[in-house]
Design a protein around this ligand. Structure first.
Ligand code: SF4
Ligand code: SF4
Length: 388
């Protein structure tokens, strides 16, 4: 899928607390493949650094084994990230396998391979399908995704999902968008478009890592972010009856996943999430249960109320928010630091700017040498003037 995907289902508080006490899981994110057909400018991975050989990837049997381990640990939902899940050659087998275990499945995809046939298959297997949709502007979508034809691909996938029944029943369709300088003026419209069709909007701010780190033309400032979250919250409450407290990094949702989830990468590494890309272990070497129980980083994040530092530790929202641990880790090197991009931490803006600036200077040569085609273009692009 190749973008920030940080959204997982929400669970009752008691269920989460029990999962923490018992060292269990409620969801598990998994990458069946890191291959992707796009080259999104905000991708949390550094697309140019993908492992080409894929020799280290888990086999089908190993993926199935880790899913069974997750089920034993209490997992209810498997969230499939990537890479692009619909490029994984055994995706339909894995969907059947997961459903056979009575587990729910969510797939985040850019719409490739969502043919009429595949859309019907997804619908019939009750797959929650979250389709990338950053903008209504064709040229901009192609630019953000790093590939001409992406907008058409997304529209085709949407049409096939709609024809398969996704808009009529089950409410299993979502759209995902990353908020950046280039699409911020369209976000409210996109949100309303989704709500009107009973599509779940999964919108989030950028986690500054991977490709996103090299493209400083993408970032919006604190005020724009805060205003946008409040505008959408008011619309959601007034028009659609959804009440939520605006808090980054997710619009209308909370990331509390560190209390009950983990990510298994295509080569079997277990890490807290896409943003906190610290290896806690590998399922080829140890059981998932052992890794969860004995990993310092996973345990520290599960017990974030005791471990988190700075303003996030004593914020009035700290019972229901720890900010984005990925952003904290990527920008400060400390996954327990306050989230530097929350508007409540705005006084740290100068520090963040200088840190991000240093990182970009460090990365510039690497990206230039690899001919990262969209970087220069997007850094120069100004909102409302992307048709350069
Ligand atoms: S901590 Fe941040 S990067 Fe990690 S899952 Fe939550 S929102 Fe995403
Ligand atoms: S300061 Fe931290 S805990 Fe408070 S709202 Fe912001 S991210 Fe959440």
């Amino acid at each position: 899928m190749n973008f920030n995907n940080c959204v997982v289902p929400e669970f009752p508080k008691e269920m989460i607390e029990n999962a923490i006490i018992d060292n269990n899981l409620l969801t598990m994110e998994i990458e069946f493949t890191r291959a992707c057909n796009l080259n999104c400018v905000y991708c949390y991975m550094d697309n140019n650094l993908f492992c080409e050989s894929r020799e280290c990837d888990l086999t089908r049997e190993e993926f199935q084994n880790v899913i069974m381990q997750a089920k034993d640990l209490g997992v209810k939902t498997i969230v499939v990230l990537g890479g692009e899940p619909m490029l994984y050659p055994y995706i339909s087998d894995m969907i059947k396998f997961i459903r056979k275990q009575d587990l729910y499945i969510e797939i985040f995809s850019n719409g490739i391979n969502v043919t009429e046939f595949n859309a019907r298959f997804l619908f019939e297997h009750d797959v929650t399908f979250v389709l990338k949709m950053n903008t209504f502007i064709e040229k901009l979508q192609d630019l953000i995704s790093g590939k001409e034809g992406t907008y058409a691909q997304i529209q085709e996938a949407f049409k096939n999902l709609e024809n398969a029944g996704y808009l009529k029943e089950k409410n299993l369709l979502g759209i995902s968008s990353v908020i950046c300088n280039q699409n911020i003026d369209e976000i409210v419209k996109l949100w309303q478009w989704a709500r009107e069709r009973k599509i779940t909007p999964y919108f989030e701010i950028i986690t500054p890592q991977g490709s996103a780190r090299a493209n400083n033309g993408l970032y919006i400032n604190y005020k724009e972010m805060k205003d946008l979250f409040y505008i959408i919250s008011n619309i959601d409450r007034g028009t659609y009856g959804y009440t939520w407290e605006p808090q980054p990094p997710l619009v209308g949702m909370k990331c509390l996943r560190h209390q009950y989830s983990c990510l298994v990468t295509s080569c079997g590494n277990v890490q807290p999430c896409v943003g906190v890309n610290i290896k806690a272990g590998n399922v080829k070497e140890k059981s998932l249960r052992e890794i969860i129980k004995n990993s310092e980083v996973i345990q520290n994040l599960r017990n974030y109320r005791q471990t988190i530092k700075g303003h996030c530790g004593h914020c009035v929202n700290s019972d229901n928010c720890y900010g984005c641990r990925g952003t904290a880790y990527q920008l400060t090197g400390d996954y327990l630091a306050s989230d530097p991009l929350c508007w409540k931490n705005a006084e740290r803006e100068n520090y963040i700017k200088s840190y991000v600036g240093r990182m970009q200077a460090k990365n510039r040569n690497k990206f230039a040498a690899k001919n990262y085609s969209n970087e220069e273009y997007l850094v120069k692009a100004k909102r409302g003037n992307y048709f350069l």
